[in-house]
Design a binder for this molecule. Sequence first.
Ligand SMILES: [Ca+2]
Ligand SMILES: [Ca+2]
Ligand SMILES: [Ca+2]
Ligand SMILES: [Ca+2]
Length: 465
Amino acid sequence: MKALTIALVASLTLVSQAFAADLLIKVAQPVYTKQAAHYFSSQGLKSEALTEQWIHVEGNTTQAQLQGFLESGSILKVQKNFIIKTMKNPTLHTALQKYLADHPDQVNAPLADARDNPAIPNAPTVGSGADPLFAKQWGMSDIGLQNALKINPGSNNIIVAVIDTGVDYTHEDLLPNMWRNTKEIPDNGIDDDNNGYVDDIVGWDFLDNDNKPYDLAAASLGDILNGGNPGHGTHCAGNVAARGNNGIGISGVAPNAQIMALRFIGEQGTTAAAIKSIRYAVDNGAKVLSNSWGSEGEDSADADENQALRDAIQYAQDHDVLFVAAAGNSTINNDTSDKRGYPASYDHANIISVAAVDVQNKIASFSNYGATTVDIGAPGVKVFSTTVGGKYSDSVIPMLGANWDGTSMACPHVAGAAALYWSAHPEKTYAQVKAAILASAISIPSLQGKTLTGGKLNVEKLMQQ
Ligand SMILES: [Ca+2]
Ligand SMILES: [Ca+2]
Ligand SMILES: [Ca+2]
Ligand SMILES: [Ca+2]
């Protein structure tokens, strides 16, 4: 009871200090969030229940509006609905800025076709044969994928949620492995499986609130410069689980795993949308969450205060789900810096925090590190993968020399490894899968003292366990 009182006082203090127009509020049991959301709606605020305990409230919130509810003794925590972004590409923006300063006429030069929400194709008939672009995937050879797949190629029994900017689910090498919600009848306007989402077939778009989590890439260089998305989620998805041995394109680390596409970031996303994505993934069967996003102190010390996000990751842990996260791209020591990358640096046992290495076994110059908080390295420099529009590349913008670099690219390799191993050992717990991944890391000098394992991902050794 005393703890509750203290928490309430803390909440009151916070509320009296900050009247953000966009808040997340944690209520105590047994008050149900749907009732609470209804209450706030009655106060003229836009609100929604995110979980059993968290409500999202938007509007010109005043202390008076919250006070009535506070006095009922039901609020445990009030926090901002923190902005969340993809981990920024370490070279892209500098190169782009320089280029556009010299070529201002190119600001609106069109990039890819900017279509959004194409129809979700039916699951295709899958061919067989070597993946012709596999040789371009240096990272797959680096982690020993060919020999790993000889031990066990995995099956489609593990779902990996790619929580990101969306996925080009029409891509020829991703479509065969897109998760299919078999409990949902497509296109009938009915939420057949009663999970709260109508006609959700391959995932959900929590940014635009539609059933097509398409990766809407920026239409021009200027859009990218202003924070637009160059197709981040599609690139990540390919390294997790592009279909292997289908005679086309590339192979993901888990060439037969299922990809659940969850879009929550465009130019940016919010904590509320991240939480909904995590909950959707866990509640609809994903075992591994691939998270190439977060904060590196942009919101000052706020990431530390993001209890709502912490609670969502705890929910995943409580449901035996792994949360693989990019360590961040600011050459920061995540053990000690107040700008450490989150959520990678939270202390949940189900998090695997991933640093980036290059083809020469060096830790990437941009990669965050941390002898206790960062677990393992994986390929994250000039990484080849699927891109929006049915393409493949290791370069975001070839003429700028801006490549697909980042712990964002390293993270999906580890997520794929988790899926591959878990597929072969479905009886294992998240803790056992994580332990196997860390125990099979290959020690390299550049990661000594920089990661918990002092090593980089190796799936051949992993699959021998
Ligand atoms: Ca549904
Ligand atoms: Ca339906
Ligand atoms: Ca959409
Ligand atoms: Ca392929």
